[in-house]
Design a protein around this ligand. Structure first.
Ligand code: FEO
Length: 398
């Protein structure tokens, strides 16, 4: 439990920290996360979002430190994924099952499906507002950021944007604001974007344009995960603009797995080839790096080289895991090349090339296959592949 924080006059952060979570559906959360929820006091008391189911009691305890939870009049559900809606049944049981829940059309459908019952849903969408005393809650559909139901709630007079998953980070600590933690938070925000939102980058671009058109004054952004942006909200907006453009940079990511160190040697030689052209490179052994950390490096890469030995006429299981994960997050505008050692059948390079095609990456070379153990000439071919990747990338960026 943490002491609720008054983030603006009559607006409290009442959510929970999950110190222990280390895997968030496949994403490594080394520093836990938070499920942020916000209580806005006024003529009617409003709770924006809830928390994971098993943090329900903690949420109610946090609210109780400010008001009796029964005094909550209205719930706003910006997003129905269970990390933000799981505690809704417990909350509604406590505050009164007939109290209204403001949510998107899809939000109402999802909440009914999640909990197998209808609440008093008040469906809202872009342009709708809820006026309570001297406060106005304005709603904005943000479909697919992160689910079809997602929406933002903007508290007009306070200039606070409650942004649900967007602009979040998986970070649980003793700091709650950007000015307290400083730049240390940006790698968490970057990893979050790469692993949660990258595949929706075109929608992020469209949303940023829509928000710019609205010309909203934004003094604070309150996401549902991590720290709140109050000192410089435009910093995270600018970062989202940059990441969602999916523009390649002068960086190559070399991924590999290896059975008897042959593919590892090939990966090393490719890496040296890239470096010889003065292009940045990240060599990542997929047994040592978590898939979500690999994806974070892929976010701004201009090229990717993937190496796998052939095992049972297929690619290695760990490579299949990483490729499936990366493919789902749809990185764009990348060059690609495959490599790998094999014993007799050697399908891995072909399978990786098929993956690249499905991902709509630009394959710059048929790939390098080496039988058993690479000799000096084989490693020279790998070195040349690294040079080719780097040179093609430089030409593309020039
Ligand atoms: Fe934090 Fe899409 O839930």
């Amino acid at each position: 439990m943490y002491k609720p924080i008054e983030i603006a006059d009559g607006v409290f952060s009442v959510g929970c920290r999950d110190w222990d979570i280390r895997d968030f559906h496949g994403y490594s959360t080394y520093e836990g996360t938070t499920y942020n929820a916000f209580l806005v006091l006024g003529e009617k008391n409003v709770l924006i979002d809830t928390v994971k189911e098993h943090f329900g009691d903690e949420l109610l305890a946090n609210i109780s430190r400010i008001i009796d939870p029964k005094l909550i009049d209205i719930v706003i559900s910006n997003h129905t994924e269970m990390d933000h809606s799981g505690a809704i049944p417990k909350l509604m049981h406590k505050i009164g099952e007939d109290k209204p829940i403001y949510c998107s059309k899809m939000g109402a459908k999802n909440l009914e499906a999640h909990f197998n019952r209808k609440f008093n849903f008040q469906v809202v969408g872009t342009g709708d507002t809820l006026k309570i005393g001297n406060r106005t809650f304005s709603f904005l559909d943000t479909k697919m950021l992160h689910w079809p139901d997602s929406m933002f709630t903007y508290l007009v007079e306070d200039a606070i944007l409650f942004s649900s998953d967007a602009f979040g980070q998986h970070y649980a600590g003793d700091m709650f604001f950007d000015d307290e933690i400083g730049d240390e938070i940006m790698p968490h925000a970057r990893k979050y974007y790469a692993n949660i939102l990258n595949h929706f980058s075109p929608r992020v671009q469209a949303l940023l344009k829509d928000v710019a058109k609205l010309n909203l004054k934004i003094d604070m952004i309150c996401p549902d995960h991590g720290i709140l942006w109050r000192e410089n909200p435009s910093k995270i907006i600018d970062a989202y603009d940059k990441w969602s453009r999916q523009e390649p940079t002068r960086k190559v990511v070399v991924l590999f797995d290896s059975m008897w160190k042959s593919t590892a040697k090939m990966a090393q030689a490719i890496t040296s080839g890239v470096e010889s052209e003065d292009v940045n490179v990240r060599l990542m052994n997929t047994r040592k790096w978590h898939r979500s950390d690999i994806m974070t490096e892929v976010l701004d890469a201009g090229a990717i080289a993937v190496g796998s030995p052939t095992l049972n006429n297929n690619i290695f299981p760990v490579i299949a895991d990483v490729m499936t994960y990366i493919k789902g997050l749809r990185p764009q505008n990348m060059l690609a090349a495959a490599f790998g050692s094999y014993g007799w059948s050697g399908e891995a390079v072909k399978i990786l090339n098929k993956d690249f095609e499905e991902m709509k990456l630009t394959i710059i070379d048929p790939g390098v296959k080496i039988q058993y153990v690479p000799d000096e000439a084989d490693l020279e071919r790998c070195f040349e592949l690294g040079i080719k990747l780097a040179k093609t990338l430089k030409e593309k960026l020039s």
